[in-house]
Design a protein around this ligand. Structure first.
Ligand code: HEC
Length: 154
């Protein structure tokens, strides 16, 4: 994911200086992508007004530790202190096959509405909820990239 982002950024820099490239990109945008500068983050992030920056992820992490960790666990893998008491269990938010398939907006709405044992967080400011979405993205990306969980430092 990170590698492709770097490539994407290089690509963006390139095409913004070369007119022909820029034109070609414009055509891709016309093919249904409204948000040109969000391209590298994938279609999932359409509608997310808060960019996936380290700052947003860090803010999301703080909110996560405060509000979510008790159920979803320190590593967001669904193994928080309360997890054993809950049925259904808190979701593993690092799973690219689950939350990874949701769009940012869907994750945002899930946080807003809650479900089963998960309370709704509609009272959190929108920006905080988007930061949480971005944090969730960051833990997923790590899992996909690293392929294992040996980095226990986080
Ligand atoms: C009281 C425990 C609890 C807390 C606190 C909690 N969750 Fe959850 N969460 C759950 C449970 C349980 C589910 C599974 C619900 C279901 O599938 O019916 C879930 C599911 C989710 C999902 C859906 C993921 C998927 O794969 O379907 C997301 C996203 C999520 N939680 C994010 C958060 C965030 C962000 C916070 C903090 C703002 C949070 N949760 C706080 C218990 C909790």
């Amino acid at each position: 994911m990170r590698k492709s982002q770097v490539i994407g950024i290089l690509l963006l820099v390139g095409i913004s200086t070369v007119f022909v490239g820029f034109y070609a990109y414009g055509q891709r945008v016309e093919n249904g992508q409204e948000d040109s500068d969000q391209k590298t983050a994938g279609d999932r992030s359409a509608g997310n007004p808060v960019k996936l920056t380290p700052k947003s992820i860090e803010a999301g992490k703080k909110a996560f530790q405060d509000k979510c960790e008790v159920c979803h666990g320190e590593k967001a893998d669904g193994t928080g202190e309360m997890a054993t008491m809950l049925d259904p269990k808190p979701a593993n938010l690092t799973d690219p096959r689950k939350v990874g398939k949701m769009t940012d907006k869907e994750v945002f709405d899930f946080i807003t509405r809650g479900k089963d044992a998960m309370p709704k967080f509609a009272d959190l400011p929108e920006e905080v909820r988007w930061n949480l979405v971005n944090f969730v993205r960051s833990v997923e990306a790590k899992r996909v990239e690293g392929g294992n969980e040996s980095g226990k430092g986080k």
